[in-house]
Design a protein around this ligand. Structure first.
Ligand SMILES: [Zn+2]
Length: 155
């Protein structure tokens, strides 16, 4: 074992999401719906990182992320690096940018919000970064939630 040895094995084709803040990896897996797919997934939690003190990392075989999925990932890991891998080589590195809004993905934590009452209304949050904190503001009930709040998140 040398220090250069990677803690997670290489993949032939697929996507590597690196530099996820520790603790957000499982949330991102849920958002990308990889937990109930048949794709081969490698996840590393609480790995040592030079850029972050600890990081999570996800490798998904044979899958590329759409721009919408990249935006969704950015809500939880704006500093993540997305590597698109083909034949074991990095083809494309994408830096994420925090989207200004996110629709139809997360449930509003406010139980009285109209998004829970009306079947035709899907959730819509505007996103603002205040320093390192990311806040989600429900478009309908206008309540503000911290991104790291763990309740009622995904549908
Ligand atoms: Zn709401």
């Amino acid at each position: 074992m040398t220090s250069k040895m990677r803690s997670v094995s290489a993949i032939r084709n697929g996507t590597v999401i690196d530099h996820i803040p520790a603790g957000q990896g499982l949330q991102i897996m849920r958002i990308l719906e990889v937990t109930n797919s048949d794709k081969q997934i490698t996840i590393g939690l609480n790995l040592p990182s030079q850029r972050l003190s600890l990081k999570d990392l996800i490798k998904i075989e044979n899958r590329q992320l759409s721009s919408e999925e990249l935006n969704q990932t950015a809500v939880f890991a704006p500093q993540a690096t997305i590597n698109s891998i083909q034949q074991f080589k990095i083809q494309k590195k994408a830096q994420l940018t925090l989207p200004t809004y996110i629709k139809d993905l997360l449930a509003c934590p406010n139980k009285n919000c109209i998004t829970h009452e009306e079947p035709g209304i899907t959730s819509h949050f505007n996103i603002v970064a205040i320093g390192k904190r990311v806040q989600l503001i429900c478009y309908y009930c206008e309540r503000q939630f911290d991104r790291d709040q763990k309740i009622l998140y995904t549908y």
